[in-house]
Ligand binder design. Structure first.
Ligand code: ZN
Length: 394
């Protein structure tokens, strides 16, 4: 991928083994479990919004700017413990895999479990012959494919970047973006919207392999904002990749995350068996890594919050839709301070932090997400919802 700009390698945090707290298994005969199961049966559509790097201060800054946030329409809130299997500080790969599969894994892992790191270390060439077989974890998208439930990914980064990749692919490490693109083209994902065309286009890939032409024989493919605006929704796969790698920052981005989300929902709701979609506000994380001034953080957050608003508007008019807003981790250790009558950003790091992040829920069974939750606990609840939905949809 020499023609694409590579992101600087994120800080690798010194390994520390988090202690797992003892899980208490719920009594299957309890009224609470029965109520949860009843709520799961009502879930037809699942909308997961991941704000990459979005900790409490990110929401606070957006709230000071707009007065009131769309996310405040969500009646249930809680805090997420975001650690991975090998560190208190997670990365976006493990941080998304846990929501896609319900299992904590090592930093860098895309949809695969701890054993994959050992397999890759022992014989990386053998693993890369078939990376999807490297300790694969069953994810909510795998459940959806088998049950005829539609799936979609929307991101303001490359669609092959860690967060969407964890839902749509399985590889040992997030840097395996060529293989991620191959799996995303092969898996029956109904909607892919974001950046990352360079990982599909044979003239831009290092190996010259052209994924784009065969993909666009079955899918409607869009590459420009003009084509996006002219798109008329139909039942074909929709692949809109509007940048070779990542999309622009919020103020320059066309189409916006909000517009892509609106179109994704319009396409996905055509499926009678319902849908699961993951929508990522990818770039608050990058503002945090760069320790950018507060207005740059706020513009990404307003874009993300307006996207949450689109999801809630859809859920309000579409019974059986569960909306969940989460973060994979906090970035930058962002704090808000006053400097000469101006609110400014202060940071503690250029990397991620271990701080808990806020999450919000709206829809059938939303209340189960309240309180302090481990990220794998949230992921397992999503897997349960997906399995029950699959049984009903079949
Ligand atoms: Zn990051």
């Amino acid at each position: 991928m020499h023609r694409l700009v590579l992101l600087p390698l994120f800080l690798i945090v010194a390994s520390c083994a988090p202690t797992e707290r003892a899980a208490t298994a719920p009594d299957p005969a309890s009224p609470a479990v029965a109520a949860t199961e009843a709520a799961d049966e009502q879930v037809r559509n699942l909308i997961i919004l991941i704000g990459d790097g979005v900790g409490t201060a990110y929401w606070t800054a957006a709230r000071f700017k707009t007065g009131r946030l769309h996310v405040e329409r969500m009646p249930v809130a809680g805090l997420t413990d975001t650690r991975s299997s090998d560190s208190y500080v997670t990365d976006s790969a493990a941080g998304a895999t846990v929501y896609a599969t319900g299992q904590r894994t090592y930093n860098g892992a895309i949809g695969v479990g701890d054993r994959c790191a050992e397999m890759f270390a022992a014989d990386s060439a053998a693993v890369m012959q078939d990376p999807a077989s490297c300790d694969p974890l069953e994810g909510i998208f795998d459940i959806a494919y088998r049950a005829g439930i539609a799936t979609g990914l929307v991101a303001s980064s490359s669609i092959t970047h860690a967060t969407p990749a964890a839902f749509g692919a399985k590889v040992p490490y997030r840097r395996h973006q060529a293989e991620i693109a191959e799996q995303m083209a092969e898996n029956p994902i109904d909607v892919l919207l974001g950046g990352g065309r360079g990982f599909f286009d044979g003239t831009l890939r290092d190996d010259g392999r052209d994924l784009w032409t065969p993909l666009c024989r079955e899918a409607v493919c869009l590459t420009t904002p003009t084509e996006f605006d002219a798109y008329q929704v139909d039942d074909r796969r929709l692949v809109g990749l509007f940048a070779e790698n990542h999309m622009e920052a919020a103020d320059e981005r066309r189409p916006t995350l909000l517009e892509m989300t609106r179109v994704a929902l319009e396409r996905l709701e055509r499926n009678p068996a319902g849908f699961f979609v993951m929508i990522e506000g990818s770039q608050p994380d990058w503002r945090g890594h760069a320790n950018d001034p507060l207005p740059d953080v706020v513009s990404e957050m307003v874009d993300f919050d307006e996207t949450v608003g689109v999801a809630l508007d859809f859920a309000e008019r579409t019974p059986g839709t569960l909306v969940l807003v989460v973060a994979d981790h906090e970035t930058g250790g962002l704090a808000l301070q006053m400097e000469a009558d101006t609110l400014t950003a202060a940071y503690t790091t250029g990397g991620h932090t271990a701080s808990m992040t806020p999450h919000f829920a709206w829809g059938p069974g939303a209340e189960r997400f309240s309180g302090i939750r481990d990220n794998d606990e949230i992921g397992r609840m999503l897997i349960d919802i997906a399995r029950r939905r699959a049984r009903v949809a079949r």
